[in-house]
Ligand binder design. Structure first.
Ligand SMILES: Nc1nc2c(ncn2[C@@H]2O[C@H](COP(=O)(O)OP(=O)(O)OP(=O)(O)O)[C@@H](O)[C@H]2O)c(=O)[nH]1
Length: 393
């Protein structure tokens, strides 16, 4: 699937950068165009893979290139005011060559959190291609203001995009790691999952595997209908089996041997599908009730088989209660792994979002109380008790 990716804010830019690196390394060719938008000049300069001409600094007259300091209302205002500058960069995208837009952003900050819904609305008004969001939730320990920003941005962005794919930093953070090192690793996890998902729709159809290969329309149809999505992933190394047994048994092996191989392949896939769906999702949630799902099995084609996918698909139907579960292959001959990626779209039973909203409401009330008290407190501090002093003017 060919995407025009727009990284908004610092997290958005860094994840976009990681996508570009992955695309080059894996040769997956999913990023047809990459644009980074930010109010902070230093963040844009820190990017390594986004072409310089595709880095758009907005809000210069308001914040002088220094970012909006987690004020997402200001982030939204600046995006409105400078939408033409962002559009200038989108104008260079060969939109007829892309399948969809993907706006990537951290929901807890200011620039991307506020700006992304504005940009999504704008792009949807102009283009007919679907506009997806990839929104990152802040970790719980980042504090009230980040949680409040994320809760408000989440609410707005879901409404503006065709589907919001969510990644929850809280579920992925490791204790005792530096933020930067931690993010680099987290970003790799993000790119691995979404790279397989979107890369799956990019495989040329043809040859033996043609009918079982995932097509980009299957990804689009799974995401159609809107709402919130989450992704699961599980992989197993097949490096040891790659060179030897498999191929050998194909030429020399008896029927018994090859049917055993096929049974192994099927079992491996079904167990990977279970692990992917029941393990750590990008947004932890109950999978029961997901409206649509897509299963992608990736790896060297001799380790993929139709039976495995069919079984995995049926199991997903039972678990989600959805009749709209698609499935297919993503053959990657050079890989040493077999992986299953499960996209669950239209999930609604997400306790994490309810918790986030609760903390956000408390933070909002707390901020309101402090604001209303602060004027009085300042007055009490500045004025002398018996009003004996006079200000200069
Ligand atoms: N996964 C991931 N999350 C990040 C990364 N950097 C920041 N975040 C998250 O994104 C949230 C938003 O931060 P930024 O993207 O820095 O904010 P911004 O949009 O640049 O806005 P301002 O800095 O307020 O102008 C943070 O609360 C973190 O949760 C990253 O590299 N990866």
């Amino acid at each position: 699937m060919k995407l025009a990716m727009i990284g908004f804010g610092q997290a958005g830019g860094k994840i976009l950068d990681a996508f570009l690196e992955h695309d080059q390394q894996a040769g997956s060719n999913i990023v047809r165009a990459a644009v980074a938008v930010n109010t902070a000049k230093a963040d844009l300069m820190g990017l390594e893979h986004v072409p310089e001409e595709n880095r758009v600094l907005i809000g210069q007259s308001r914040v002088k290139g220094h970012g909006v300091g987690a004020d997402n209302e200001l982030g939204a205002e600046i995006a409105e005011e400078d939408i033409d500058e962002i559009q200038g960069s989108i104008d260079d995208i060969p939109v007829h060559e892309i399948d969809a837009f993907l706006i990537i952003t951290g929901l807890g900050g200011g620039t991307g959190s506020g700006g992304s819904p504005v940009l999504a609305r704008h792009i949807k008004r102009i283009y007919t291609e679907p506009v997806y969001g990839l929104g990152v939730l802040p970790a719980g320990d980042e504090g009230g203001i980040y949680t409040l920003n994320a809760a408000r941005s989440f609410q707005t962005l879901v409404r503006e995009v065709d589907n919001l794919l969510v990644f929850d930093n809280d579920a992925w953070r490791k204790t005792g790691e530096s933020m930067q090192g931690g993010y680099a690793q987290i970003n790799e996890e993000i790119v691995k999952r979404f790279g397989i998902l979107f890369g799956a729709g990019e495989v040329e159809q043809g040859g033996e595997v043609a009918e079982s290969v995932v097509d980009s329309s299957e990804i689009i149809n799974t995401l159609a209908g809107g709402g919130v999505s989450t992704v699961g992933y599980a992989a197993e190394s097949v490096a040891d089996e790659k060179g030897g047994g498999g191929i050998l048994s194909r030429f020399t092996g008896s029927n018994e041997e090859s049917s055993l191989d096929s049974a192994n392949t099927t079992n491996r896939i079904t167990s990977l599908v279970r692990k992917a769906a029941l393990g750590r999702l990008t947004l932890p949630c109950e999978i029961d009730g997901a409206e649509r799902a897509l299963l992608v099995t990736a790896g060297p084609s001799k380790f993929l088989n139709r039976k495995g996918i069919e079984r995995g698909r049926k199991w997903l139907e039972e678990q989600t209660g959805s009749m709209e579960v698609r499935g297919g292959d993503y053959p990657v001959e050079a890989s040493d792994n077999v992986a299953a990626v499960v996209l669950l779209s239209g999930v609604t039973n997400v306790p994490r979002i309810k918790e986030l909203q609760q903390v956000a409401i408390e933070a909002q009330e707390n901020i309101g109380e402090i604001e209303s008290e602060s004027e009085q407190n300042l007055q009490e501090l500045v004025e002398d008790d018996d009003d004996e002093l006079e200000p200069l003017f």
